[in-house]
Write a protein that binds this ligand. Sequence first.
Ligand code: GTP
Ligand code: MG
Length: 217
Amino acid sequence: MTTHSPISASDITGIVLAGGRGTRMGGVDKGLQSFNGTPLAMNALLRLGMQVGEVMINANRNLAAYESFGAPVWPDGLADYAGPLAGVLTGLERCETPYLLTVPCDSPMFPLDMAARLAAALVAEDAEIAMVSAPEPGPQGGAPVLRTQPVFCLLSTALLESLSRFTQDGGRKIDAWTAQHRTVVVPFDRPTDAPEAFFNANTLAELHALEAQQPLK
Ligand SMILES: Nc1nc2c(ncn2[C@@H]2O[C@H](COP(=O)(O)OP(=O)(O)OP(=O)(O)O)[C@@H](O)[C@H]2O)c(=O)[nH]1
Ligand SMILES: [Mg+2]
């Protein structure tokens, strides 16, 4: 078994996935929607930038607006809004570091120690992918259950060829692809972890509800 050497922040490129249709938000460009006065994607870019060496944005509309945030912007190579995996593929294609960290544009409170914890787990488990799991309310408002959050993912850039092949063959489901690789799931459920850290806003009502909460420091 090979062992990874430790992963440092400069080994990681962070990518904000903002390439979706935003259907549940009325078809708006979700990443450009204001969250406490800052566009959602800009907010995610800043939180990522504190944790990794390089950052970039994956978007499919309003590219000039995203470019004004000061990071490279890359649209999907795959046509017709193929889903988040198209954004991951774009990131792997453009990444010049050994690791890529993906975050969605619509979860503005993700933890500031996320990259470090995913990196540590990836090394410890000799994995190719480290994926977040976070508590969500259980059925009928019952006790919280851990759910994987596949768009919060640290990946080895060596997976580019595998994902190219998978998507060329028509694969679109993240879980179906990650299942082909050594994946470690990292729970973010320590007592010091904010339970709302991975809340995401799919509708404008959810976005306004999230604005009422304080982003993590
Ligand atoms: N690059 C890319 N990213 C996508 C695509 N579809 C969704 N995403 C991103 O994946 C993440 C999770 O997707 P959703 O929450 O479903 O966002 P969405 O698809 O814009 O919204 P809905 O249309 O309401 O499902 C978000 O960061 C989206 O920007 C796509 O076709 N291409
Ligand atoms: Mg969607």
